[in-house]
Write a protein that binds this ligand. Structure first.
Ligand code: MG
Length: 410
């Protein structure tokens, strides 16, 4: 079997869902998804020449070949791996279809039949919709708001402060959909420092965070797990003040309290926080995780399957984490395609905690695919499919309807 084409398409979900299709001379087509990045489809176009004519079943060798190809441009990590992750997932889909087995089987079989999904609740009712450089936008499927003003995600917000009542309502709404774990943002209007660059927090901002998360906890009780996300905004000492105040709420994790890349800072928070620290969505390859796992600088690893380097890389990370008695809760902002690929991985690792779902506000989520369970996420779980390969296909009619203008469509 030979690869005869590598095509991509971009659909405007709440982020730019970038699909990768590997086409073969035997008519089998594999589908993967890449985490958004500036210039991503251009990178994918360049990589087509690297794998054209190759046997798609040689997944590990093709990964190494792609890795060597981008190393000449200096890329030992970073957004080229967003592209490679999508390609690698598509290769697993090809192999599974060719062997007539599901992807989880190729990864060594499953530990569980259902994958627990946690709902990302953003900053309560705010609908997160961001482009590839984190500027807010109004996509075609959103009720068009003529007053929509584009703003930067990391700039000070002039929006009304998030309210405890909104957090309470959102928590109850998601629990009523069957989710047993929820995640809320701590960095929302009302808690953000007036200086977006200093990483400092005032007592008032800390108090505001405690009120918001306290309202969510009070609404759903202690049987629903609650996690919180800091988006790497804070310094060590100030985020520790937040962690100490939130400790009585028995949170599932404190995510990305400090900027990635500094093991000492991460360990300082982890060792002094009563809440497990989760991190990993900005890390690439096994090398990105090796030191923090080996040194227990985190409590929960959160690799993103659409950027970390692919399913095999994620498996390597999860196995090493398991050896360190550390759980894995994959970060995921993807469409049903990327989410289901992640679900196969989650089925195949022992130390799985929960898989993220970020798109509860996207109205065409389930319409975007065919051949899978409908809805894909039911009562807070995904049933691991037994169909060959990934186990679903893209509904190209729906995808085309919401395709991002100016980007290729297969
Ligand atoms: Mg996060």
């Amino acid at each position: 079997m030979k690869i005869i084409g590598l095509k991509s398409a971009v659909v405007e979900g709440n982020f730019d869902w970038t699909f990768v299709r590997v086409e073969t001379d035997e008519g089998i087509r594999g589908l993967g998804e890449s985490f958004f990045a500036p210039g991503l489809t251009s990178i994918l176009r360049s990589l087509e020449t690297v794998i054209a004519g190759e046997d798609p079943r040689d997944i590990h060798r093709l990964f190494r070949k792609l890795q060597l190809a981008v190393s000449g441009a200096g890329s030992v990590a970073g957004i080229v791996y967003n592209a490679i992750s999508g390609i690698e997932a598509a290769l697993w889909d090809v192999l599974g279809q060719w062997l007539n087995v599901p992807i989880y089987r190729l990864l060594g079989g499953k530990f569980r039949d259902r994958i627990r999904v946690y709902a990302d609740c953003h900053g309560s009712e705010a609908l997160e919709n961001l482009d590839e450089v984190l500027r807010s936008r109004a996509p075609s499927w959103m009720i068009q708001d003529s007053k929509h003003v584009t703003r930067d995600y990391f700039s000070p917000s002039d929006e009304a402060p998030s309210s405890p009542e909104a957090y309470r309502k959102r928590a109850l709404a998601m629990r009523s959909m069957g989710f047993t774990a929820l995640k809320f943002d701590l960095d929302v209007p009302g808690t953000q420092p007036s200086d977006p660059y200093c990483r400092c927090l005032t007592n008032r901002e800390v108090d505001c965070m405690v009120q918001l998360i306290g309202a969510a906890r009070e609404a759903v009780g202690f049987d629903v797990d609650l996690a919180v996300d800091c988006h790497w905004r804070y310094n060590v000492s100030d985020v520790l003040k937040v962690a100490r105040e939130l400790e009585p709420l028995r949170l599932l994790w404190l995510e990305d309290p400090v900027p990635p890349g500094n093991t000492d800072a991460l360990r300082a928070v982890s060792s002094r926080s009563g809440i497990p620290v989760a991190t990993g969505e900005n890390l690439y390859l096994f090398e990105g995780f090796r030191e923090i796992l080996a040194e227990h600088a985190l409590g929960i690893a959160t690799p993103d399957l659409q950027k970390v380097g692919g399913l095999a890389v994620a498996l390597q990370i999860a196995q090493f984490a398991d050896g360190q008695s550390i759980a894995v809760a994959p970060h995921n902002i993807g469409s049903p395609i990327g989410t289901l690929a992640a679900a196969h991985f989650c089925a195949a690792i022992p130390n799985f905690l929960a898989l993220e779902f970020h798109a509860s506000d996207v109205p065409f989520w389930d319409d975007l695919v065919v051949g899978s369970d409908q809805p894909l996420i039911k009562d807070g779980f995904i049933r691991v499919p037994d169909r060959p390969g990934l186990g679903l296909r893209l509904n190209e009619e729906v995808a085309r309807k919401y395709a991002r203008k100016g980007e290729p469509f297969f």
